[in-house]
Ligand binder design. Structure first.
Ligand code: PEP
Length: 247
């Protein structure tokens, strides 16, 4: 059975003082082999101390991006190996903010996901349409292109996670409705089963975009939604734990 994943994305938020929130999350989640998985993807500066706080709990720690290469002359970048060394077990790749701010293309995202697999951490590969693309009726074409271009050839059904994040729903308070989510998640599932065969039924597909404790139950109940990628509402332990408890 697919294990639900509740993943937070702190983006460029959080100082050392914010580790108290992480400590609160960790204290509330006992390790378990069953039930939903819980993860916080953090700015690189917080990964190592957060992993120390999370030790012995069910809370996992992840990064927010990684460089395709293992090491070298890439000032300011972080490799997947460095994330793993600091205690990360997951990394987000292809978030729409990275695609927009840093011009990361599907090919770059695929090489980052590939780097994560090489380092032994799980890539969460983000896809999603802009409002203009939705208004133009282009949603499924965009998703199909992003999935085809962003999943690396060595990815397997159980070594990757996909996140559907409509760009217009991120940080806007505007949530995709259940029909919109069901349509795209169902479509992604079809693409994954074409690529991976029956095993593609087990790949986790997360929804992301203004998820909060008030709407999480409905979203997590939509067919083919296997968890959430949560930005703003993951910053406060109480909100994040409330979503986790609804999963
Ligand atoms: C995100 O950054 O991945 C996200 C979904 O953000 P928010 O929940 O704030 O919309």
């Amino acid at each position: 059975m697919t294990r639900t994943l509740i993943a937070g994305n702190w983006k460029m938020n959080g100082l050392v003082g914010s580790l108290t929130e992480i400590e609160r999350v960790a204290a509330a989640v006992a390790p378990s082999q069953t039930g939903p998985e819980i993860l916080l993807c953090l700015p690189a500066t917080l990964i190592h101390p957060a992993a120390a706080k999370a030790e012995g709990s069910a809370l996992k720690i992840g990064g927010e991006t990684c460089h395709p290469k293992e090491k070298g002359a890439h000032t300011g970048d972080i490799s997947a190996e460095m994330l793993k060394d600091a205690g990360a077990t997951y990394v987000i790749v292809g978030h729409s903010e990275r695609r927009a701010d840093h011009g990361e293309t599907d090919a770059v995202v695929a090489s980052q996901a590939s780097a994560a697999l090489r380092a032994g951490i799980t890539p969460i590969i983000c896809v999603g349409e802009t409002l203009a693309q939705r208004d133009a009726g282009d949603v499924l074409n965009v998703i199909s292109e992003q999935i085809a271009g962003s999943i690396p050839s060595e990815g397997a059904a159980d070594t990757i996670v996909v996140a559907y994040e409509p760009v217009w729903a991120i940080g806007t308070g505007r949530v995709a409705n259940s029909e919109q989510i069901a349509e795209v998640h169902g479509f992604i599932r079809e693409l994954l089963t074409k690529q991976f065969g029956e095993a593609g039924r087990g790949t986790r597909i997360l929804y992301g975009g203004s998820m909060n404790p008030g709407n999480a139950e409905e979203i997590l109940g939509v067919a083919e939604v296997n968890g959430g990628l949560i930005g703003g509402a993951s910053l406060k332990a109480d909100d994040f734990l409330a979503i986790y408890r609804l999963a």
